[in-house]
Ligand binder design. Structure first.
Ligand SMILES: Cc1cc2nc3c(=O)[nH]c(=O)nc-3n(C[C@H](O)[C@H](O)[C@H](O)COP(=O)(O)OP(=O)(O)OC[C@H]3O[C@@H](n4cnc5c(N)ncnc54)[C@H](O)[C@@H]3O)c2cc1C
Length: 413
């Protein structure tokens, strides 16, 4: 049998693409290396914008998030509230969320096989695609949605693998009433270069657990252990146990840092983390993975209608990614990323920006949107840049001199 489409990887990118392609009438096979119900190392924080793909049931979106707390070493916690419904989000376990997404793809007609690790993909421009693993499957087109676990497959097809940083995380079991009292319905973000080069840590509350993690270049377990002793966190989690998944308490996983230049070739498209779509400010990638899955599935449906899976036909995916994800989003994310992570002034810029925002509602809206995603990255960048002289005054002369080359580099992205 020849499938119309095989999707390799059943995370948010693959499951979203599978649902849309199956709804479009295609015969879709979704292959997943892990067993059903696998633990995925992820803080599981998503903005409500995710509901543009499908609404999220209450039992999956474990905890509604109505605000955030930003912690830097100089200033105490800076708290902000979601201004309206659209600013809210959820924190959930990826096991539940990913299962939910695969279920709705199955309901749309997708066939799913768990425990199938694709080892080799052969592309034959006249004959189609052969995906080899424990068995062999054939299709007209293939979408790679393997996260950062499919680098060998990508390279063997002559395709690029995104640059990445490492994330380290543990889930701490805490009774619901204590989570409510200590963390509330807020995501906690820590900006402190003394923790790690990129200096970002987080505590994301679930119903009766909190995901605590840290990421950056060469993040190691020792970085997480020091973070767990961070003054403001230590008291909140003291005496609590780490949860165990597959015999492990601490998990590591990579997160992409940059989108790849060419995510398509004849009969192949690459989506989600495998394509490098995550947003390297807070390193969240679920929404972007689903968006890229939706765009690739739409392009597949058109190619299916025209029976043309050649490179030129699939290039439409690249054009849509550029329009919907890059031009007003990732391009400006990379500018803000430069400013925060490559200026050597991470926490100073966060402190100065929030200090301006305290007396400037427009700036506060943009700073909040950094976390909630309710403004495009382009809008946020514009608001930040319109206050750059104020920012420099707050940073002082010597820091401002440091900032100038970074601003120049950012302006060239
Ligand atoms: C520590 C950490 C915390 C994070 N926190 C957040 C957060 O709070 N919010 C957020 O939005 N994002 C977060 N992210 C990022 C988020 O996890 C990813 O952006 C998202 O999972 C990308 O989805 P995906 O479908 O592209 O890839 P994945 O979710 O990685 O799914 C890929 C799937 O492909 C399967 N696979 C891989 N290779 C093969 C193969 N050869 N054959 C078959 N199957 C294969 C894998 O088993 C996996 O199930 C975090 C990431 C990390 C590491």
């Amino acid at each position: 049998m020849i499938y119309d489409l095989i999707i390799v990887g059943s995370g948010p990118a693959g499951a979203t693409a599978a649902k849309i392609a199956a709804e479009g009438g295609a015969n879709v096979l979704l292959l997943e290396a892990a067993e059903e119900g696998r633990y995925k190392c992820c803080a599981g924080g998503i903005p409500l914008t995710n509901e543009e793909f499908s609404s999220i049931p209450r039992d999956v979106g474990e905890r509604e998030i109505t605000g955030g707390v930003v912690v830097t070493p100089k200033k105490g916690p800076i708290e902000f509230e979601a201004a309206g419904e659209k600013d809210k989000g959820y924190c959930m376990f990826r096991t539940d969320f990913d299962r939910f997404l695969v279920n709705i793809a199955q309901d749309a007609g997708t066939q799913v096989i768990y425990g199938f690790r694709a080892k080799l993909i052969n592309i034959n421009s006249s004959g189609g695609v052969i995906v080899k693993g424990p068995q062999e499957f054939r299709s007209k087109c293939v979408i790679l949605a393997t996260g950062l676990g499919g680098a060998r497959l990508q390279r063997s097809l002559g395709m690029e693998v995104p640059a990445m940083v490492n994330g380290i995380q543990a889930e701490i079991a805490i009774p619901e009433s204590v989570v409510n009292e200590q963390f509330g319905n807020r995501v906690w973000e820590f900006f402190d270069r003394s923790l790690i080069t990129h200096g970002i840590g987080w505590a994301f509350p679930k119903r009766d657990a909190v995901s605590i993690g840290i990421l950056g270049d060469n993040a190691r377990v020792s970085h997480l252990k020091s973070f767990l002793r961070y003054p403001i966190l230590k008291n909140k989690i003291s005496g609590r146990e780490m949860m165990v998944f597959k015999g492990r308490k601490i998990w590591a996983a990579p997160i992409p840092d940059k989108i790849i230049a060419k995510p398509y070739r004849d009969r192949v498209m690459i989506i989600g983390d495998a394509c490098g779509t995550a947003d390297p400010i807070l390193y969240e990638g679920i929404y972007q993975a689903r968006l890229s899955g939706k765009l690739a599935a739409n392009v597949f449906c058109k190619a299916f209608e025209e029976d043309d899976f050649g490179e030129l036909s699939l290039k439409r995916y690249f054009d849509l990614l550029k329009k919907h994800l890059y031009d007003e989003g990732l391009r400006y994310t990379y500018k803000i990323h430069q400013l925060l992570y490559h200026s050597g002034l991470l926490e100073d810029i966060i402190d100065a920006s929030f200090s301006i925002a305290m007396e400037d509602p427009e700036m506060m809206e943009s700073m909040t949107a950094l976390f909630t995603g309710t403004q495009t990255r382009k809008q946020i960048w514009k608001v930040m840049m319109s206050r750059k002289w104020k920012l420099m005054r707050k940073l002082g002369v010597s820091n401002s001199l440091h900032l100038i080359p970074t601003l120049f580099r950012a302006s060239r992205i």
